[in-house]
Design a protein around this ligand. Sequence first.
Ligand SMILES: [Fe+2]
Ligand SMILES: [Fe+2]
Length: 176
Amino acid sequence: MPADTFVARLNEQIGHEFAAHQQYVACAVHYDAETLPQLARFFYRQALEERDHAMMMVQYLIDADADVAIPGVPAPQSTFADIVAPVALALEQERRVTQQINGLAATAREAGDYTSEQFMQWFIKEQVEEIATMSDLLRVVERSRDDPMEIENFMAREHSGDESDDPTAPHLAGAE
Ligand SMILES: [Fe+2]
Ligand SMILES: [Fe+2]
């Protein structure tokens, strides 16, 4: 059984991941409304990744025979001042989640729950990538804020493909 302290925090984290999903859908909708389909597509896809993270955590708790209580989420921010604001918000969110993920690993270790600590390793690696992606994107949108088509071209060039399948990713609840 995973440590009670870890189970409680992981249940909270499921809420944070679903909140991130909602926030990225809101960002995507903003760009869709502005007719910036590449940016919209990127955020729709990011949203799905956040849902996947939540479902990996759900599966871990189910496999460990621990209690799962799906939390409610606060409403996301859905109006933005300009083309840069959603990306700045996304980077801030990823930094916050990174701290939460590190905190989860620390909680597991303090409780001597090394299985759960190991479960968090994939998420630690994932956060490094997400911060790098959002930092790069923020630089691009800031540099080309007056030329949205330049940003759209960048997205089409650099972020057109789907994320490659990661065989080390934890199993998702509900997935085949
Ligand atoms: Fe996430
Ligand atoms: Fe993320």
